[in-house]
Write a protein that binds this ligand. Structure first.
Ligand code: C2E
Ligand code: MG
Ligand code: MG
Ligand code: MG
Length: 281
């Protein structure tokens, strides 16, 4: 890249790349102690069931409160965690924390936890999840695991047996960011998914691009025939919500319904009648 840009810019790119990698190393070093320093925490974003007009659960989303940088989003540190192997320790913390939090919620509320492909390279993850559920005394059927298509690609070899063991326990599996990967329908045959989550890019464009609406509609109709529920991610406007209701989308998630909230705000959110009033059909 530096060569193509010409001799005058070589130095600039080298310095810049160097700084980026130094910054990355610094972030990596900080991340190593983040759990011990209690800088990680989870926020929870609700799923709203459009048929029943109620919140059915929450997705756990990881946050890092860095002492100097402030709040670091997962897009900036999950990749580092995956490359360094820290994802195993972090992922274990996430699932234990999510299950412990879930134990305070009503029995008909689920929690969904995101997993990276790398976490399934370590077969210990199965025991970790089983132990987290047992320690929190919550039913496995209340835990959902969110994975992306890429995990079922080359990595299927290691993820498959673990996911199947979890399914046998009653844990459910959702296919996250649907439509952004290869979206081969073959994936839908690999595992008995409970849910498909249509990526937010489709929801954002569906009311402005007819092609996009067609895709969203056919995913919903396909899922219905396969007996899989559909969640629309990233719902931000009332028009989007109305359209998704019309085409019988099962559940929605997005800033319109609620931003991710702190654990101690979850019960309040479940309590509030405001949600129902606002989104009643
Ligand atoms: P994801 O699982 O697809 O999560 C959805 C992301 O969209 C979240 O970003 C959420 O805050 C955001 N979002 C929700 N509603 C809206 C909306 O209406 N509009 C817009 N523009 N965005 C919305 P977040 O929390 O920054 O997480 C980003 C990604 O990081 C997640 O995507 C997931 O892949 C990953 N991630 C988060 N927590 C974990 C974790 O504990 N473990 C692993 N392995 N990955 C995680
Ligand atoms: Mg997710
Ligand atoms: Mg997603
Ligand atoms: Mg339903």
């Amino acid at each position: 890249r530096a060569k193509k840009a010409g001799p005058g810019t070589v130095c600039f790119f080298e310095v810049s790349d160097d700084r980026v990698s130094r910054d990355r190393k610094a972030l990596q070093a900080d991340l190593e102690g983040a759990i011990a320093r209690e800088e990680l925490f989870l926020v929870f974003q609700p799923f709203l069931d459009l048929g029943a007009n109620r919140i059915t659960g929450f997705e756990a989303l990881l946050r890092w409160q860095h002492p100097q940088r402030g709040l670091v989003p997962p897009s900036e540190f999950i990749g580092i965690a995956e490359e360094t192997g820290l994802i195993h320790e972090i992922g274990e913390w996430v699932v234990r924390r999510a299950c412990a939090t879930l134990s305070d919620w009503p029995d008909d509320i689920r929690v969904a936890v995101n997993f990276s492909a790398a976490q399934f390279h370590n077969t210990g993850i199965l025991q970790t999840i089983v132990q987290a559920l047992a320690d929190a005394k919550v039913s496995p059927s209340r835990l959902e695991i969110e994975i992306t298509e890429s995990m079922l690609l080359s990595k299927y070899g290691s993820a498959g047996p673990i996911l199947n063991a979890l399914l046998e326990l009653g844990v459910t599996v959702a296919l996250d960011d649907f439509g952004t990967g290869f979206s081969s329908l073959t994936y839908l045959r690999k595992l008995p998914f409970s849910r498909i989550k249509i990526d937010q890019s489709f929801i954002r464009d569906m009311l402005v691009q007819p092609d996009c609406a067609a895709i969203v509609k056919s995913v919903i109709s396909l899922a219905r025939d396969l007996n899989i529920d559909v969640v629309a991610e990233g719902v931000e406007t009332a028009d989007q919500l109305e359209y998704l209701r019309q085409i019988s989308c099962d559940e929605v998630q997005g800033y319109l319904i609620s931003r991710p909230v702190a654990a101690d705000a979850v019960l309040k959110l479940l309590d509030t009648k405001k949600l129902r009033a606002t989104f009643a059909a």
